[in-house]
Ligand binder design. Structure first.
Ligand code: G6P
Length: 368
């Protein structure tokens, strides 16, 4: 738990992510299968019966859940709904048949998530599953099933490696539940398995060129406010990018679904409100490209994070570009997390905030 030469825990934890992911995946996948021995046979019965998933969490873990919902519906063909724990626990909700309740928490001690799980236990769900980084936590003790993320202790208040490990676990869950679901579509299964296998190396490659993220942070220094935009799984990652900036730089930042810009935020666009677009070259790319053009037409400043194909197509509209490796529907959100985290980190360092212990925030929120 020392900083091992890094200036901050957060930086150490960002750079530990290739190893954290490999620990998360270790022993849990072959080249075309998810191994679920650790859950026992009763879990497989539950997974095979699952027709809906309800995910409940707070903060960064909630964003992991939102990303997972895109995967569950597309990859596993399973209905998935995500909710903030502090909302879920105080409202009446209708439970569809054979719904698996999934609570997500880095610490396993978040008061609202724990209360939500306790409410869910007697509410008629098929079963309860906790995705957690801490074995022997209140949440793991209270849940029927538990999927540990094995990311190692996280000290920086802003969650980084715990988040990407949660995503890796959700990817496994989507691939596994899909296997047991007779009506599912065969969405690029081989590509996803292959890219999970290569995840550690791909993350290392991105982190090696982290200088570029520092340059972006410099360009954001005087921004009045910042927008992150994305479509598909990049939309919840945009929310996470905005949360990271708020948490550690204290700058106002909003994450937006790119298609919603025209319903309000376009009115705010001016040259000191930069927009960071998370846009891998995928089925959403041409749509987000037209959003980028709309922003440019209003003198907005665009920072594009994409792959080489996306950057080639869009660079004439962008002020800065970052090229990431090619990804797919599942791994994009994991890999695009790295620039999002590093931009926030470098900007916080430039602004001189307390990166590991931001004002007014706590690592584990055990009270309401
Ligand atoms: C706090 C932390 C966040 C975290 C959230 C949920 O607000 O500062 O980083 O995402 O709690 O925590 P959990 O442990 O449940 O994931």
């Amino acid at each position: 738990t020392d900083k091992q030469g890094y200036r901050h825990y957060m930086m150490k934890e960002i750079f530990f992510q290739p190893d954290a992911i490999s620990k998360t995946l270790k022993g849990r996948i072959t080249k075309d299968q998810v191994i679920t021995k650790e859950f026992g046979e009763s879990a497989d019965l539950i997974f095979s019966k699952t027709e809906c998933i309800k995910i409940v969490a707070c903060g960064t873990s909630y964003h992991a859940g939102l990303i997972a919902a895109y995967w569950m519906e597309k990859v596993a063909n399973i209905h998935c709904q995500v909710e903030i724990a502090s909302e879920y626990r105080y409202r009446k909700s209708v439970i569809l048949d054979n719904t698996l309740f999934v609570a997500v928490s880095q610490s396993g001690e978040t008061a609202d998530t724990l209360a939500a799980l306790r409410t869910a236990k007697d509410a008629g769900y098929l079963s309860t599953l906790v995705i957690c980084n801490v074995d022997e936590s209140s949440l793991t003790r209270d849940s029927a099933l538990c999927f540990l993320t094995h990311a190692g202790t996280e000290i920086g208040v802003a969650s980084t490696k715990a988040f990407t490990s949660q995503l890796a676990v959700f990817a496994l869950l989507a691939l596994h539940i899909k296997k047991n679901n007779m009506q599912n579509i065969d969405y690029a299964k081989d590509t996803i398995f292959q890219s999970l296998f290569e995840m550690q190396q791909t993350m290392r490659r991105i982190l090696k060129n982290s200088k570029k993220f520092e340059e972006v942070a410099h360009s954001l220094r005087d921004a009045k406010s910042i927008f992150y935009i994305g479509r598909g799984p990049m939309y919840p990652l945009a929310l996470e990018g905005a949360l990271k900036l708020k948490e550690i730089t204290y700058k106002h930042c909003e994450g937006y679904a790119a298609g919603e810009l025209k319903h309000g935020p376009l009115a705010l666009i001016e040259d000191d409100i930069p927009v960071i677009a998370l846009a891998p070259y995928d089925e959403n790319f041409l749509k987000i490209l037209s959003n980028i053009q709309e922003i440019k037409a209003r003198n907005g400043k665009i920072i594009l994070i994409s792959d080489s194909k996306g950057v080639d197509k869009a660079k004439k509209y962008c002020d800065q570009t970052i090229v990431l490796p090619n990804t797919n529907f599942v791994t994009s959100a994991i890999l695009y997390s790295l620039p999002v985290q590093l931009i926030a980190y470098h900007l916080a360092v430039l602004l001189g905030t307390d990166v590991d212990q931001p004002r007014n925030l706590a690592k584990s929120v055990t009270v309401e």
